[in-house]
Design a protein around this ligand. Sequence first.
Ligand code: HEC
Length: 102
Amino acid sequence: MRPYLFYAIILLALAVSLPAWAGGDEAIFVQKCGSCHTKGGDASPVNPADKAGVVWKKYFKRGRHPGDLSTSINEGEMSSILGYLQEHAADSDHPVAAAIPK
Ligand code: HEC
């Protein structure tokens, strides 16, 4: 293969995957939590800005969520989601109120 073609393919691959990295945690949140929490779904929509960061942390640490989520959300996904919730919580610099539309 010609070298420039090789670099072009790498650049293209980076360009395609960057948005996925940037929005990765939000995508996991919407996919996993949003499977139940949607408008008209089993549970009402939830969003990071519904609670303060420390409240999110305690909510899951104390096992307040009804039902067992560990069957559908693994540990790595859960820690990504928790990071996302706290980073965009009500008292954060960038609150997100409608990742899952209300
Ligand atoms: C298997 C379905 C399901 C999944 C997946 C799920 N939930 Fe829930 N959740 C429920 C149900 C059912 C309730 C109780 C009914 C309600 O409050 O709407 C609930 C309640 C809640 C509540 C309390 C209600 C409130 O508004 O304070 C929060 C917060 C919550 N879930 C957040 C989450 C987050 C964050 C995730 C992803 C990590 C998640 N849930 C994943 C079904 C689910």
